[in-house]
Write a protein that binds this ligand. Structure first.
Ligand code: 13P
Length: 253
């Protein structure tokens, strides 16, 4: 991994204020692992509280609205998230694409809004099991990203991509190192095509899908893997920082 590994926890719809102690423990541990960039995306309700308490980790959101303000009951804009202390937003997660019918163009609009608000974006992509079985996973993911990534000046400075095969999320069945290497290499080629060699090479490509402290070292060692987007194993400081530790060991080796 040429850049500092980026280990991001996606708490999804988990966590009440009782979880702030975990966030504090993650933050303390992150101060001892400065070679790794650690971040957490709690539910909206905890963003400001985590931001206030965190000295080392960045806090982010799991979605944003494409607009800045207005009559959108229940929605939250990137500007508001930034105001609450969020430094990044996860966009286009398969759970949102599925349960909120988010199209690629909707995700792209959100990405533009988030970058305009000065936030970093983690753009998710990933294929369903049926698509993988049909042998079209790479074509699907590249098309999804082509239509979801924003074409903006300097977009890459604040951009990361997360490859999360849907069949690997929350199942305990992570993708194999070979599959991850092949997909991340294809994603890198797309980033270079879209943004040019220099900028396209800078964007970190994270892997997500059943990453845990036991498999992290192997998965993070795959080609073109710049970090991990972690769901279940990010909910406790012990397991999450076990993953960060593995990422740091790869840096050292
Ligand atoms: P799990 O780590 O629970 O498989 O979730 C991955 C994910 O969806 C992170 O965004």
């Amino acid at each position: 991994m040429p850049q500092r590994p980026y280990i991001v926890g996606n708490w999804k719809m988990n966590g009440t204020r009782a979880m702030l102690s975990e966030a504090r423990a993650i933050d303390r541990a992150a101060q001892r692992h400065m070679k790794v960039e650690v971040a957490v995306a709690p539910p909206y309700t905890l963003i400001h509280a985590v931001h206030r308490e965190a000295a080392q980790i960045a806090v982010g959101a799991q979605d944003c609205h494409p607009g800045q303000e207005g009559p959108h009951t229940g929605d939250i804009s990137a500007t508001m998230l930034a105001d609450a202390g969020a430094k990044f937003v996860i966009l286009g997660h398969s759970e949102r694409r599925e349960s909120h019918n988010e199209s690629n163009s909707c995700v792209q609009d959100k990405a533009r809004a988030a970058l305009d608000a000065g936030m970093r974006v983690i753009m998710c992509c990933g294929e369903a099991d049926k698509i993988r079985q049909s042998g079209k996973a790479e074509d699907f993911v590249i098309q999804q990203l082509r239509e979801s990534l924003p074409a903006m000046e300097n977009a890459t400075e604040n951009l990361a991509v997360a490859y999360e095969p849907i069949w690997a999320i929350g199942t305990g069945n992570s993708a194999t190192v070979d599959d991850i290497s092949a997909m991340h290499t294809a994603i890198r080629a797309l980033l270079v095509e879209l943004y040019g060699v220099e900028e396209g090479s800078e964007v970190r490509i994270l892997y997500g899908g059943s990453v845990n402290p036991d498999n992290a070292r192997e998965l993070l060692g795959a080609d073109e893997v710049g970090g991990a987007l972690v769901g279940g194993a990010s909910l406790t400081a012990d397991s999450f920082m076990g993953i960060a530790l593995a990422a740091g060991e790869i840096q050292d080796s």
